[in-house]
Ligand binder design. Structure first.
Ligand SMILES: C[S@@+](CC[C@H](N)C(=O)[O-])C[C@H]1O[C@@H](n2cnc3c(N)ncnc32)[C@H](O)[C@@H]1O
Length: 371
């Protein structure tokens, strides 16, 4: 005779406490022993999820006014979000701002007429967001402290807002992971996300100044008459990714290397490998790449961090590479790889480049930390 098995009252109570992203210790405290957790993992009823909780140094940075002001003072960025919010938020909407910081985007959503705005923030800034919402009379804005991935909206929401763009977009992968978890759990099928997509670009750059001051150029030449080249060839010094200010721009050719859809994608999309080439119309030098990105904010509204656009707090990123001369009409080819390492959970970006006539497979990869 087959047994009839159903959920007990205790089981129902247990399931009602389950949340996305709970730690194993918490599950044990709720009554599951490690063996039972193993069985549920094997059956696919539980799954391992990457942590969305940002590390302590990240929380120190975003928990203070220095970084929050650095973002607020960028009016290209902040007014861009305001425009997108005004276009897509209105009366009747329930809105979630994932990673609210000072609360600014949540306040904008409340000003745009939303019925209810949840402002989620993991750092101590949550206290300020709450204080400023009260100061500005925004009674329909509720600040929720803690990892956004654990947020319980109680009912589906209409709009999700997230400003999870890092300096070269990809750095904030953990924040984006939390955004995806809120989206998958609470956003209505026809709901809107702000921004809705991003595109990532690299431009080959020919700049003796950048190469000399921030790239491989300085130790390539005699230093006050002495040979210092071993500093580079030994690997003792590797020029790191450098955030550019407006005066350095010597773009040769630009390629889109990745695009992300925030309505349907997830943080695993941030790990990719692609190959592309950069054509030199006139002869010149290759001194590395400059990276920028664009964000689709609302239908017909795109924000760009390109060299030609108005400067933003993201500026552009310079990835220095050893110099390669490129004759007119020839191209350099690049293999570009974005990946996470299990030990540090820092996103890395690997660049392998072949000049004209070189084989990409025999060239060394240069790996940059995206922090
Ligand atoms: C780039 S800032 C944007 C702040 C604000 N929305 C703005 O546009 O000015 C990202 C914010 O998200 C917060 N954050 C990152 N990951 C989070 C998570 N998992 N849960 C809640 N907040 C998070 C950070 O502490 C930070 O304040």
């Amino acid at each position: 005779m087959t047994r009839k098995i159903g959920l007990s009252a205790q089981g129902r109570a247990f399931l009602s406490t389950l949340r996305i992203g709970q730690g194993e210790a918490e599950l044990e405290r709720l009554g599951l022993d490690p063996e039972a957790i193993g069985t549920l993992l094997a059956a696919g009823l539980l799954e391992e999820q990457g942590t969305t909780m940002p590390p302590a140094d990240y929380q120190d940075t975003f928990g203070g006014w220095r970084s929050q002001k650095g973002m607020l003072i960028d009016d290209e960025r902040t007014l861009g979000f305001d425009r997108a919010i005004r276009a897509q938020v209105g009366p009747g909407d329930r809105v979630v701002d994932v990673g609210t910081g000072s609360g600014i985007l949540a306040m904008m959503a409340a000003r745009a007429g939303a019925d209810k705005v949840y402002a989620l923030e993991v750092t101590a800034m949550a206290d300020w967001a709450e204080r400023l919402a009260a100061r500005n009379g925004l009674a329909n804005m509720e600040v929720v402290r803690g990892d956004a991935a654990l947020f319980d909206a109680g009912a589906p929401v209409d709009v999700l807002i997230g400003e999870f763009a890092g300096m070269w977009f990809l750095e904030e992968w953990r924040h984006y992971a939390a955004f995806c978890q809120v989206r998958d759990r609470w956003l209505k099928p026809q709901g809107r996300v702000i921004p809705s997509a991003a595109r990532l670009f690299l431009s080959a750059v020919d700049s003796r100044k950048l190469h000399h001051e921030r790239g491989w150029g300085f130790f390539d030449q005699p230093v006050y008459g002495f040979d210092f080249s071993e500093v580079l060839t030994s690997g003792a010094h590797r020029p790191a990714r450098y955030i550019l200010s407006a005066e350095w721009k010597s773009i040769v050719a630009t390629q889109e290397i990745a695009r992300f859809d925030f309505k349907s994608g997830n943080e695993r999309d941030y790990q990719f490998t692609t190959e592309t080439s950069f054509l030199y119309q006139a002869s010149g030098m290759f001194h590395g790449f400059i990276g920028h990105f664009t964000l689709d904010m609302a239908p017909g509204q795109t924000m760009s961090t390109s060299c030609g656009a108005r400067e933003t707090c993201w500026h552009q990123s310079y990835f220095p590479m050893p110099a390669i001369p490129v004759p007119a009409g020839q191209a350099i080819t690049a293999r570009l790889r974005s990946f996470l390492t299990a030990d540090t959970e820092v996103l890395k970006f690997g660049i392998t480049v072949a000049g004209p006539g070189q084989d990409l497979n025999t060239q060394a990869e240069h790996v940059f930390d995206l922090e």
